[in-house]
Ligand binder design. Structure first.
Ligand SMILES: CC(C)(COP(=O)(O)OP(=O)(O)OC[C@H]1O[C@@H](n2cnc3c(N)ncnc32)[C@H](O)[C@@H]1OP(=O)(O)O)[C@@H](O)C(=O)NCCC(=O)NCCS
Length: 189
């Protein structure tokens, strides 16, 4: 539906359950996300059923599947949530699931496309995110996509026995539009 150079963002489907369960309970990935406890197939199915019927304006949330543009294979999910209609802002989240697919450019591309959706489709004005201080790969990908470091939430996360800082990053519509003004797209089908 929405294309980057390497990925396509499309609606999540309940049929994505098998692909999600394949790598979701892998601490190598989950150590960087909000929860490090195992997710059962049943719990994930319930989450998918809710997530596939979201409306960004009604539910304040949009979760899309990231697909490899060439192979059509499921790569992970990307979301914007806590959408504020008043302030025209939202928070951003992303996960590429298979550790073998990390560091290959998919995350940066998917982030750019989701920002394009946020600013050009939903008409938001700013997007922010938080990421672990130790997640240098994520910070690099976010910076390449246009996010700037905005601050630090000190010791906001407890992961693998250590309290870690959260790095807060954000991007304004006017900044994104310098690279992708109206009429431009991140990629083509
Ligand atoms: C964060 C994430 C979406 C980034 O996507 P990605 O496809 O892996 O990242 P990209 O390949 O687009 O860009 C990563 C950059 O960091 C670099 N990098 C890769 N591994 C790295 C590491 N271990 N440490 C530091 N930098 C690293 C890459 O070289 C690349 O920079 P470059 O293009 O200048 O060479 C993805 O890694 C991911 O989903 N990780 C697991 C879950 C997660 O961390 N989610 C985000 C929570 S805030």
């Amino acid at each position: 539906m929405y294309y980057g150079e390497m990925v396509c963002l499309r609606a999540l489907e309940v049929e994505d359950l098998d692909d999600i369960m394949r790598h979701w309970n892998n601490l190598e990935i989950r150590q960087y996300l909000n929860s490090q406890t195992p997710m059962s197939r049943q719990a994930e199915r319930q989450w998918l059923e809710k997530s596939t019927t979201l409306d960004p304006w009604r539910d304040g949330k949009m979760i899309l599947a990231i697909e490899n543009k060439k192979t059509g294979k499921f790569l992970g999910t990307v979301s914007i949530f806590d959408i504020s209609k008043q302030h025209k802002r939202a928070e951003f989240g992303i996960a590429i699931h298979n550790p073998e697919n990390l560091g290959k450019g998919y995350g940066t591309d998917a982030t750019r496309v989701m920002l394009w959706v946020a600013f050009h489709i939903l008409g938001l004005n700013s997007i922010f995110l938080h990421t672990l201080g130790s997640n240098e790969r994520a910070q690099k990908a976010y910076e390449k996509a246009g996010f700037k470091r905005a601050g630090v939430y000190r010791k906001g996360a407890f992961v693998k026995g250590v309290f870690q800082d959260f790095i807060i990053m954000d991007i304004l519509k006017e900044e994104f539009l310098m690279e992708y003004p109206p009429g431009t797209e991140v990629g083509r089908s």
